[in-house]
Design a protein around this ligand. Structure first.
Ligand code: AMP
Length: 631
């Protein structure tokens, strides 16, 4: 079917369309109702149906493709590659599920998973799904404070962690961060299950609390744990993401809707069919990792490559050698990953036989045209920019080569995916704008299957954060966008105080709060400055408390260290300026947009609400002087 027809059906006859798509997965009991919109903006997909993500991702394939590779977990860091068939994956997941059961974890319990891209992360996720426990994977690059916030919100019955990860040949200990997080968190799960990779011989254990996965695995090896059939709208997992406040939001995913969205998108968008090979370079801690490293390729009966390491280590040919070795058909990465490679010799792209590679998808941040051209020419395959959010769980704007490939227009992630009814509206009036005018990208509810069902234990936050912006009930993407006559949409950046560093979403508020924990700090403002490699990087402006005698440069160093320790290296400020005043409105709101304009030498915009014009001069002087601390 062609894209136009597919999309139109999803909009004009959503129930018919999604009932058809629902046949792609196994239902233990079929849905009684395809779509229940009696309580918008909440909606219930496939109400009354029962199913299970793990069953669809693993058990269902045992008969037809039990001997086919399901998961290939490659660590370019340790040099270890693990290849698991569906049958082997089934065994590992059952064993893991038995271990979970032995620790008292059951349906509805939360499990926080703090692991790098190793096979056990996939086993743990699928094992949770199998028994109806709700996993919440926390990105390994996040440090103790971020982990503590998530533990306190999710209140897990168990934390799963490891001794260490590795990056560029360096061991990155995880366990000290776990200990620090559990020190800080109010909620203390009774156990920490440790997948000991033997990378950190200095790892310490807390007696009784910390358990060794390998020993428990040995005790439960070969166990068979029955699948827990869940109602389609029960929560399957939580994935925390940044918003405008310092407190991350627990994006809650359902079971049935998500399974159907995964099954449909892996074929219709990503052109992956049973037996094909998909390589997504994402971390399991991100939305792409959940959907296109774990659930979608497995639900689709494909082989999924999971990769721990950098694109350039041991050399910049590593990704392409993997594509050649495993016959990858669809690759999925981020613009930053490609920009890193672009700094290397283009001949690395030509050394391998990539005849099986058909598509490269890139998502998570804007794809700049020079990078898009460079990689398209280098690989000789279509490069498909797709736009999504942690909230959507799968692409919202994309081209769909699994149906038919529409024209690739560099700079635009393309056309709406099935089920997304989109508009670009005026920020103030909420009226729909004609083509080629900049406005806010919104989705008309109900949101399609797979998108968030709510914010964990905070329905009100779901309604106010996403649907509370306009007179009409509309989901605000919180992104500026412009759409041409043909529906091709271009994303122009966030409308809120969220920044995107190398595809990692960070709230400026979170970084400000972290900087402000420094005893010398009176107040901090963070903006996202444009950066050639990472898209954006955080820049801090801080005022100091009265009577501080410490040198500004030392204070700035201390602030930078705090951010790294509390939030992780991803959030490390590229520059820190110490100033005497910050620009604010008369009502006391920080004028981050004007600050950013000064940093980037653009027009600071409307300054009529500025309380103290001297504050801007102060910032200008600081910029001329140079930062107290650079990256
Ligand atoms: P995250 O929730 O971390 O996936 O971040 C979502 C945000 O990343 C979106 O709201 C956009 O601001 C940005 N984003 C994701 N994909 C794209 C893309 N293809 N083009 C431009 N911005 C993107």
């Amino acid at each position: 079917m062609r894209y136009e027809e597919f999309y139109q059906r999803s909009i004009e006859q959503p129930e018919v369309f999604w009932a058809e798509q629902a046949q792609r997965i196994h239902w233990h009991t079929p849905p009684q109702r395809i779509l229940d919109t009696s309580n918008l903006p909440f909606r219930r997909w496939f109400a009354g149906g029962t199913t299970n993500l793990c069953y669809n991702a693993v058990d269902r394939h045992l008969e037809a493709r039990g001997g086919q590779l399901a998961l290939v977990a490659i660590s370019a860091e340790t040099g270890v590659t693990r290849e698991l068939t569906y049958r082997e994956l089934h065994r590992e997941v059952n064993t893991f599920a038995a271990v979970l059961g032995s620790l008292g974890v059951g349906r509805g319990d939360r499990v926080v998973i703090y692991l790098p891209n190793i096979a056990e992360a996939v086993f743990a996720m699928l094992a949770c799904a199998r028994i109806g426990a709700i996993h919440s994977v926390v990105f390994g690059g996040f440090a103790a404070h971020n982990l503590a916030l998530r533990i306190d919100d999710a209140q897990p019955a168990l934390l799963i962690a490891t001794d260490a990860g590795m990056r560029g040949g360096k061991v990155i200990p995880y366990k000290p961060l776990v200990d620090a997080a559990l020190e800080e968190a109010t909620h203390k799960p009774p156990h920490v299950l440790i997948v000991d990779r033997g990378l950190d011989p200095q790892m310490t254990r807390v007696a009784d609390r910390d358990l060794d996965y390998a020993s428990l695995r040995a005790s439960y090896e070969g166990a068979e744990i029955p699948v827990e059939w869940l109602e389609s709208n029960e929560p399957s997992y939580l994935l925390y993401t940044s918003g405008t406040t310092g407190k991350p939001k627990g994006i809650q995913r359902d079971v049935g809707g998500y399974a159907v969205a995964m099954a449909m998108s892996i074929e219709a968008i990503f052109d992956i069919h049973p037996g094909d090979v998909m390589f997504s370079t994402s971390d399991v801690g991100w939305a792409v990792g959940h959907s296109y490293n774990v659930y979608a390729p497995l639900i689709g009966g494909a082989t999924s490559l999971l990769y721990e390491g950098l694109p350039t280590h041991p050399d910049p040919g590593i990704w392409w050698r993997l594509c050649e070795r495993y016959g990858v058909r669809t690759m999925f990465s981020s613009p930053t990953g490609i920009r890193v490679l672009k700094k290397q010799d283009a001949s690395w792209l030509k050394k391998c036989d990539l005849s099986k590679l058909k598509w490269l998808f890139l998502a998570g941040e804007p794809l700049d045209e020079p990078t898009a051209h460079w990689i398209t020419e280098g690989l000789g395959v279509p490069v498909i920019d797709n736009y999504w959010q942690t909230e959507t769980g799968w692409p919202a704007l994309t081209l769909m080569p699994g149906l038919d490939l529409k024209e690739v227009k560099f700079g635009s992630p393309g056309l709406p995916a099935p089920g997304y009814r989109m508009k670009v509206i005026d920020e103030v009036t909420g009226d729909e704008l004609p083509p080629n005018q900049k406005g806010v990208l919104v989705f008309v509810p109900p949101l399609p299957p797979g998108c968030l069902s709510t914010v964990w234990r905070d329905d009100e936050r779901y309604v106010t954060s996403y649907f509370g912006h306009f007179k009409e009930l509309l989901y605000s993407s919180l992104d500026w966008a412009i759409r041409d006559e043909n529906g091709y949409t271009t994303i122009l950046g966030r409308t809120d105080d969220v920044i995107n560093v190398a595809g990692h979403r960070l709230g400026t508020r979170e970084i400000e709060e972290s900087v402000a924990t420094h005893p010398a700090c009176a107040e901090a403002a963070v903006v996202g400055m444009q950066d050639e490699l990472k898209g954006q990087v955080p820049v801090v402006f801080a005022t100091l408390r009265q009577g501080v005698t410490e040198e500004a440069v030392d204070v700035a160093k201390g602030m930078q260290q705090r951010v790294v320790d509390q939030l992780g290296k991803v959030a490390r400020p590229a520059r820190i300026y110490v100033v005497n005043a910050l620009p604010k409105t008369r009502s006391g709101k920080l004028l981050r947009r004007s600050l950013l304009a000064l940093v980037q030498h653009t027009d600071p915009g409307d300054l009529s609400t500025l309380d103290d014009p001297g504050a801007l001069d102060e910032v200008r002087r600081a910029l001329e002087r140079g930062p107290e601390q650079g990256a």
